[in-house]
Design a protein around this ligand. Structure first.
Ligand code: DX5
Ligand code: ZN
Length: 231
């Protein structure tokens, strides 16, 4: 099972609610919500107020990706705002175990987000606390960057870790990839081991005009590429 999580970062912020409704109606599975603080990353986006405003518009899971520090207070605010999945970067928390526990305690699914140069051994002592792993395939901060090819090898290594852990524990964690995912590389990324795909500019920046149903085309194209992997 593959999940598509369009990133609102490339959506039209003047009509964000419509964008959420339209992209879910077009077949997207999750809404990826990028939180940037102009501190952990050199860009500034949206916070819990906006998440709370969008929450009633869809039943689809809202996947909050925190690129901000510190994280603990934000975790509580996003749980209150209705987030279903919350990930943060280990570099942005003084106490990774505690931050992960805060997410779970609030009833959300907990994820750890890895920058391209962040080593996977940071997973070593937290597997029990995790529901998903997010691998960045670009440096965080901006949409529309090119996929870093070395991520494919890292995805395979992460997949091996998750499979080994699943055998031991019976728990299957999700493996999400974020950055530069397009129709022309999504199949290769899936083969490397990802099961959940963030796509910002590929979905919202497809330049398909102002037809509200334009997302059908791009979501169907991404799914068709993923179907090739399964067969
Ligand atoms: C980047 C964000 C991504 C971004 C992806 O820091 O975390 O979620 O929106 O955008 P694309 O798909 O355009 O690379
Ligand atoms: Zn993201």
């Amino acid at each position: 099972m593959y999940r598509l999580a369009p990133s609102l970062l490339s959506a039209d912020f003047a009509c964000l609610g419509e964008e959420v409704k339209n992209v879910i109606a077009a077949g997207a599975d999750w809404i990826h919500f990028d939180v940037m603080d102009n501190h952990y990353v050199p860009n500034l986006t949206v916070g819990p107020l906006v998440c709370k405003a969008l929450r009633p518009l869809t039943k689809a899971p809202i996947d909050v990706h925190l690129m901000a520090e510190p994280v603990d207070r934000l975790i509580e605010d996003f749980i209150e705002a209705g987030a279903d999945f919350i990930s943060f970067h280990p570099e942005a928390s003084r106490h990774i175990d505690r931050s992960l526990s805060l997410i779970r305690d609030g009833g959300a699914k907990a994820g750890l987000a890895f920058n391209p140069a962040t080593p996977l051994y940071l997973l070593d002592h937290v597997m029990e606390r995790l529901d998903f792993v997010l691998l960045m395939s670009v440096n965080p901060g901006f949409g529309g960057q090119a996929f870093i090819p070395a991520t494919l090898e890292k995805l395979a290594a992460a997949r091996a870790r998750l499979s080994q852990y699943a055998q031991k524990s019976g728990r299957q964690l999700l493996l999400e990839v974020d950055g530069g995912v397009k129709a022309d590389n999504i199949a290769e990324i899936a083969r490397a081991g990802a099961d959940t795909f963030v796509a910002g500019s590929a979905v919202f920046g497809a330049g398909l005009g102002s037809d509200p149903h334009r997302y059908d085309t791009v979501i169907a194209r991404l799914r068709a590429e993923l179907d090739k992997v399964r067969t």
